[in-house]
Design a protein around this ligand. Structure first.
Ligand code: HEC
Ligand code: HEC
Length: 314
């Protein structure tokens, strides 16, 4: 009997200690949405200093969200890109979990990249997207615009330790299927889930100002070119699965992995601008499994590399 009372007393003491620590905890400075609490969401912009450096960071963010307004075909600063915004693919200004975000950039660049066979700076990586994803021209590394975008990307990633990739950064790798991705099935899914915004011909829809897109194009002359990351179907499928139909996040996905692969196969079977990528992947044994252009070390065809099935290992 006595021991029971003692246990009860100890239990009560323990409860009180737990409740007390919880109630004494300071409130978190930033309130995260529960669905993104465990992923990187960028360093708080409300902490950007109100000085010249802060101004540069904010301008960088502005260029990433409204790229076409400044640098598109009718851009007020230059005509360097196809009319899309960086944010069309790097969602929420590059801060959305699994939304192709910039979480790892500040911590992992400069880095060696197999695609070029060189050590690349953030500037070079941004220019890759100008030349491929935005089917445009590289910016001068010293231009005000490039400096600003680099400053912004470094700011939002500044809390990530050197060399680390935070959870939810970039695009998710979906598990590979045992069959080829099916563009015919993908077309049916595209019609059901995507046409209402991106259009029957993947052309998207411009805003009334005719400068920026309300719904960006997915193929055709104004879309990303054949040298772009999204032209690899694993990148497109991973992006679509966790982010589309807009707005979807990785907790509210409606497409299965297989559906995402099939839709990606359909979209990347449609016409788009081509790019000379002859000097990409100088070491052909390092080509990613879904790189759609030969020659390859393994003797598989371009079609199999593009649509699968792929060996499960890499
Ligand atoms: C059509 C879609 C698209 C557009 C538009 C686009 N990008 Fe990208 N970007 C990608 C893809 C895809 C990747 C590679 C992601 C991967 O391989 O996981 C990428 C990668 C990057 C990276 C490297 C990320 C990393 O973690 O290594 C940076 C930096 C970047 N883009 C900046 C930009 C900037 C700045 C713009 C606008 C000037 C832009 N991108 C426009 C699709 C796009
Ligand atoms: C309700 C409208 C809507 C629907 C439906 C929708 N999207 Fe999108 N999509 C958008 C918007 C808006 C963006 C740009 C997001 C941004 O800028 O924040 C986008 C961006 C994209 C992008 C990256 C930019 C580009 O143009 O390459 C891809 C790829 C994409 N969507 C594919 C799809 C696919 C595949 C489906 C169907 C499964 C789909 N979307 C359904 C509105 C939609």
């Amino acid at each position: 009997m006595k021991t029971n009372w003692l246990l009860l007393l100890l239990g009560a003491l323990l409860c009180w200690m737990i409740v007390d620590t919880v109630s004494n905890r300071p409130l978190p400075a930033v309130s995260f949405q529960s669905d993104t609490a465990d992923c990187w969401t960028g360093a708080g912009l409300n902490q950007v200093p109100v000085d010249a450096e802060g101004e540069e960071i904010r301008y960088g963010r502005e260029l990433i969200t409204n790229t076409a307004y400044y640098l598109g075909p009718k851009g007020k600063i230059a005509h360097s890109s196809n009319g899309m915004n960086c944010q069309n693919c790097h969602l929420e200004a590059g801060c959305k979990p699994w939304g192709n975000n910039y979480g790892a950039v500040a911590a992992t660049y400069p880095k060696y990249r197999e695609r070029s066979g060189h050590i690349e700076s953030i500037e070079k990586r941004i220019n890759d997207c100008f030349e491929r994803s935005l089917n445009g021209k590289a910016l001068d590394s010293l231009s005000k615009e490039m400096r600003a975008m680099v400053a912004y990307i470094k700011w939002i990633g500044k809390e990530i330790p050197k060399g680390k990739k935070p959870k939810g950064s970039g695009i998710m790798d979906l598990p590979k299927m045992n069959r080829p991705a099916d563009a015919v099935q993908g077309q049916v899914l595209y019609t059901n889930h995507c046409t209402r915004c991106h259009g029957t011909n993947g052309e998207g829809q411009l805003q009334p100002d005719g400068i920026t897109y309300l719904y960006p194009p997915l193929w055709g002359e104004h879309s990303y070119n054949t040298g772009a990351g999204l032209y690899r179907i694993s990148r497109l499928a991973g992006f679509v699965k966790n982010n589309m139909p807009n707005p979807t996040n990785y907790h509210t996905c409606i497409l299965t992995n297989e559906q995402a692969w099939d839709i990606a196969a359909f979209i990347n079977s449609q016409p788009r601008p081509s790019m000379n990528i002859a000097s990409d992947w100088p070491d052909i044994s390092r080509k990613p499994f879904d790189h759609p252009f030969g020659p390859y070390k393994d003797g598989l065809t371009e079609t199999q590399h593009k649509y699968g099935p792929w060996p499960k290992t890499k």
